[in-house]
Design a protein around this ligand. Structure first.
Ligand code: ADP
Ligand code: MG
Length: 252
C-alpha cells in the first residue's frame, strides 16, 4: 500500500511549507514560540542542511517535517500531500512510506542483530520473513555492512551503528531522509564517512535534510539554511564542497 498521491508535476517539491509556526503551551506562562512563519521548499534529490544554535527550533522543524508533531498554524505539503488533510492512519502510512529518520544516538535496539534492527520498519503483517531478511540484507549491503548483519549494536563501532540506522531508515525506500545531528556522537573522520553516504543517497535521488549546529558538517550539503529564534533564513549560495553543485529549486 502506498500513501495517498495526487496528480502532480514531476517538479512538485518533496517538502513545501508555508508560514509554518509552532507555539508550545500557547496562552500559558510557559508559552514558547518555537517556529515563526517558516517557508521552506526542498526538491527531490536535494541535500540541504539546517543550522542554528541550540534552542533555535531545528528539532521542532524536523518533527513537523517528519509528521511527528502538528503545527500551530501554516501548511505543510509532503510530496504534494497537505498533511493536515490526513487522519491518524493515513499520516502513519505517509510517514512510513515517505520519511526515514536518523538521530544522533542511533536509537538501535540493543538485543537485536543489525539485520533485525534494519528489518524492524517492515510491518510483520505486510512482509513475509524471507522477504524481510532479503531486503534487510540488501539494505545493509548498500551501506557497506553486508558482512556485519548478525552483529549486535554493541559489537559495532559508532559509525557502523549509524550506518545500520541509515539502512533501517531506508528500508521502506522513502524519498526523504531526515537526520537530526547524525554525526554529533561521531569523531570527525567517521562523521565524514556518514556525510559521504548522504551524498551517495542524494545522487540516488533521495532528498536529504541534515540538521546540525556544526558549520563544517553543514558545508557538505548543497544548500544551507540557518534558524534563528524560530525563523528560517536562506544563506549565501556556494556552501557546497565543490564536487556537488548548488541545486536551485526555489521558484520566484
Ligand atoms: P533546537 O533543536 O534548535 O535546539 P528545539 O526545536 O528543540 O531547538 O527548541 C526550540 C524552542 O522550543 C526552545 O526554546 C525549546 O525550549 C522549546 N521546546 C522544544 N520542545 C518543546 C516542548 N515539547 N515543549 C515546550 N517547549 C519546547
Ligand atoms: Mg535539537
Amino acid at each position: 500500500m502506498s500513501a495517498p498521491s495526487s496528480a502532480r508535476a514531476a517538479d512538485t517539491p518533496v517538502i513545501l511549507t508555508r508560514a509554518l509556526s509552532k507555539i508550545y503551551s500557547p496562552g500559558s506562562e510557559a508559552e514558547v514560540v518555537a517556529l515563526r512563519g517558516v517557508d521552506l521548499r526542498i526538491g527531490r534529490g536535494d541535500f540541504v542542511a539546517i543550522m542554528g544554535p541550540s534552542g533555535s527550533g531545528k528539532s521542532t522543524l524536523m518533527n513537523l517535517i517528519g509528521c511527528l508533531d502538528t503545527p500551530t498554524s501554516g501548511v505543510y505539503e509532503c510530496d504534494g500531500v497537505d498533511v493536515s488533510t490526513l487522519d491518524k492512519e493515513a499520516l502513519a502510512e505517509l510517514r512510513r512510506d515517505k520519511i526515514g529518520f536518523v538521530f544522533q544516538g542511533f536509537n538501535l535496539l540493543p538485543r537485536m542483530s543489525a539485520l533485525e534492527n534494519v528489518a524492524m520498519p517492515l510491518g510483520y503483517a505486510q512482509v513475509k520473513q524471507a522477504e524481510r531478511t532479503r531486503r534487510a540484507q540488501e539494505a545493509l549491503a548498500s551501506v557497506g555492512l553486508g558482512e556485519r548483519s548478525s552483529h549486535r549494536p554493541s559489537e559495532l563501532s559508532g559509525g557502523q551503528q549509524q550506518r545500520v540506522a541509515i539502512a533501517r531508515a531506508l528500508i521502506n525506500r522513502p524519498p526523504i531522509l531526515l537526520a537530526d545531528e547524525p554525526t554529533g556522537a561521531l569523531d570527525s573522520k567517521t562523521g565524514e564517512e556518514i556525510l559521504a553516504l548522504f551524498k551517495q543517497l542524494r545522487d540516488d535521488d533521495h532528498t536529504v535534510v541534515l540538521i546540525t549546529h556544526d558549520a563544517e558538517v553543514a558545508a557538505h550539503a548543497d544548500r544551507t539554511f540557518v534558524m534563528r529564534d524560530g525563523e528560517l533564513h536562506a544563506t549565501e549560495q556556494g556552501t557546497g564542497n565543490g564536487e556537488s553543485g548548488i541545486v536551485e529549486s526555489r521558484s520566484p
